[in-house]
Design a binder for this molecule. Structure first.
Ligand code: SF4
Length: 226
C-alpha cells in the first residue's frame, strides 16, 4: 500500500469561488467576497492532505458483481460497468485532514451559517484538487503494459453503487493509516474525505465513461457536477 502524507499541493488562488457562486445564484457581493477571502485563508492554513492507494487484480466480472483475486467482491451495476474490461483496480482514499473538519465544526457550532457554507464551498473544491492530484500520481506510478489506460474514478455512494460498499473498500485498504475511519452510516471521518476506484486495462477494452457525473440522474440540476 502506498501512503502519501505531507502532500505539497498548490491550491488555486480562487479556490471555492465557483462552487460558492453557484450556491449564491451566480453573484458574490463585496461582503461575500471578503468573507470568502477570510474563510479560504483559514481553510488553507488547516489543510493537511493525505492519501493512500493499493493495486488489486480483478479475477472476473459477472453481471453486477466484480470478483477480485484477493477474495474481495464489489456489487453494483455501475461499478461493474466501470470496471468491465479492466484487469487491475486501484483502491484509493484521501482526506483533507481532521483539522479542517474540526474548524468547520467549530464555525458551524458558533452559529456562523454563512462561514460554514463558504468553508464547505472551499473544501469541496479542495477535494476536487486533491483528487485530481492523486489520480495523476496513481497513473504515473502504476506499472502497466503499453496500450493500457485508466477509467474514471468511481466511489461508493455514487449512482447505483451503495454507500455500504465502503465496508469492502476499508477491508481492502486500511484508511486508519491516514486517519480515516468509517462510522456506522458508512460515512468517512474526517468528513472531508473521499474513497474510490480506478480501473486499468487495454485501452480498447476499458469503460469510456468520462466522469461519474455522466452516469448520474442528478447531473442536470447538481451544482457539484464535473
Ligand atoms: S452529478 Fe452531482 S450528485 Fe451526481 S455524481 Fe456528479 S457531483 Fe455527484
Amino acid at each position: 500500500m502506498k501512503i502519501i502524507k505531507n502532500m505539497d499541493i498548490e491550491m488555486p488562488d480562487e479556490i471555492g469561488r465557483d462552487f460558492l457562486k453557484k450556491l449564491m445564484s451566480g453573484r458574490l457581493n463585496p461582503y461575500l467576497e471578503k468573507m470568502l477571502e477570510e474563510n479560504r485563508g483559514a481553510c488553507i492554513e488547516t489543510l493537511r492532505p493525505a492519501a493512500l492507494y493499493e493495486f488489486f487484480s480483478i479475477d472476473k466480472i459477472v453481471d453486477s458483481t466484480v470478483y477480485f483475486k484477493s477474495g474481495n467482491i464489489f456489487n453494483g451495476p455501475n461499478i461493474s460497468r466501470i470496471l468491465k474490461g479492466s484487469e487491475i483496480a486501484v483502491i484509493f482514499m484521501f482526506t483533507l485532514g481532521k483539522e479542517i473538519d474540526d474548524l468547520i465544526k467549530k464555525v458551524r457550532e458558533s452559529g456562523d451559517t454563512l462561514g460554514t457554507i463558504i468553508m464547505d464551498s472551499v473544501t469541496t473544491e479542495m477535494l476536487y484538487v486533491v483528487g485530481d492530484h492523486i489520480g495523476r500520481i496513481i497513473k504515473k506510478n502504476i506499472s502497466i503494459p503499453g496500450g493500457y489506460a485508466s477509467t474514471c474514478p468511481y466511489s461508493p455512494g455514487q449512482y447505483k453503487w451503495t454507500i455500504e460498499e465502503q465496508r469492502e473498500l476499508f477491508d481492502m485498504v486500511d484508511g486508519s493509516k491516514i486517519g480515516i475511519a468509517l462510522n456506522q452510516s458508512y460515512l468517512m471521518i474526517p468528513f472531508k474525505s473521499v474513497s474510490g476506484v480506478y480501473g486499468f486495462g487495454p485501452r480498447d477494452k476499458i469503460d469510456k465513461t468520462r466522469v461519474a457525473c455522466d452516469l448520474c440522474p442528478r447531473r442536470e440540476s447538481c451544482i457539484g457536477r464535473r
